[in-house]
Design a protein around this ligand. Structure first.
Ligand code: NAP
Length: 299
């Protein structure tokens, strides 16, 4: 199949493109920097700068991953606008393409995030949970609603509310492993906030699962079945790296350093992949210790 992927050059996208190519698909990748994207993508991938550039190629499926990084720096008004606009505008371009094509793609799999639910304390969070209204929720909600407009063109739409994606070479581990290796790791605030996580291999497998399962649509929580608190995550990472984790980062210091963005670090949701499990999706990495050992090459 010809599969259009926005954000295909990113942390999830690179691994996804490699898996799609292995399965005989052709990735059509939208990237602001074709040259950089070509360097990190497998040979058969075709890279262009705009969604509309693929009108002639009529993709048979679309995977929508593009978006300005959310966990970098303070959420100034400018940064908030970039977080929102980068997601909404490209999703709108995807919906417009679907509406234009005589034969629209059969499916749109569109990223969202655990942030959809906002701060949920320690209650179990399924796809049915009522979200807490805050910035992350508003962005995700608007992003999901924009993607769902593709249904008007007869496209099946599946939404992935993604937890923290773990693997070597990028994502949150690339940021936290260096200080942990220096023995500077520690819980954030009181450490009770939940951090739903997923191994990169499993998020890619979920996308492949949704591509194939023609009866599946709507929102899916995309995280491993055993979410952990920040304190548990900190201890597990310390064990995986054989490093102490005794230096907590006080909540006040994080609030002063990061402003509103510190909510990403200090609040969370105990998100459970209820619908994925009901549909029989099998996780390769269901437990955090095992996932981290696999990532850091320990058995
Ligand atoms: N990784 C996680 O832990 C995680 C967790 C929850 C949700 N998600 C969501 O899942 C999606 C994919 O995640 P990822 O980790 O693969 O993201 P990523 O590595 O940051 O890649 C996203 C891609 O989006 C494009 N992009 C970045 N800023 C942009 C902007 N201002 N305007 C247009 N395009 C822009 C970039 O492609 P080009 O530079 O090639 O244009 C980039 O490769 C993201 O939307 C993210 O919010 C990720």
């Amino acid at each position: 199949m010809k599969i259009l992927i926005t954000g295909g050059s990113g942390f999830i996208g690179q691994r996804l493109c490699a898996s799609l190519v292995e399965k005989g698909h052709t990735p059509l990748v939208v990237s602001r920097s074709s040259e950089r994207a070509r360097r990190v993508l497998p040979e058969p991938a075709i890279v262009r700068t705009r969604v509309a550039d693929f009108e002639e190629d009529a993709p048979e499926a679309v995977i929508n991953l593009a978006g300005e990084p959310i966990a970098e720096g303070r959420w100034t008004d400018k940064k908030k606008k970039a977080i929102r606009d980068s997601r909404i505008n490209i999703t709108r371009d995807v919906v417009d393409l679907c509406a234009k094509l005589d034969e629209p793609p059969s499916v749109l799999i569109s990223a969202s995030a655990v942030g959809y639910y906002g701060d949920q304390g320690s209650r179990d969070v399924t796809e049915e949970t009522i979200p807490n209204d805050e910035f992350a929720h508003q962005i995700c909600s608007e992003w999901e609603a924009e993607a769902c407009k593709a249904e008007q063109a007869g496209v099946r739409v599946a939404i992935l509310r993604i937890g923290l994606v773990l693997d070597a070479g990028g994502g949150m581990l690339a940021k936290v492993v260096p200080p942990f290796k220096m023995g500077l790791g520690g819980k954030l605030g009181d450490g009770k906030q939940y951090m739903p996580w997923i191994h990169r291999e499993d998020i890619v497998n979920m996308i492949l699962f949704l591509l194939e399962r023609e009866n599946l649509s709507g929102p899916f929580n995309a995280s491993a079945p055993n979410p952990v608190t920040n304190a548990e995550f900190t201890r597990a990472l310390g064990r995986a790296l054989n490093r102490p984790t005794v230096l907590p980062a006080p909540a006040l210091a994080l609030k002063l350093a990061f402003g509103e963005m510190s909510r990403l670090l200090l609040t969370g949701a105990k998100m459970l992949p209820e619908r994925m499990q009901q549909e029989g999706f099998e996780f390769h990495h269901a437990r955090l210790d095992e996932a981290l050992n696999a990532i850091f090459g320990k058995q």
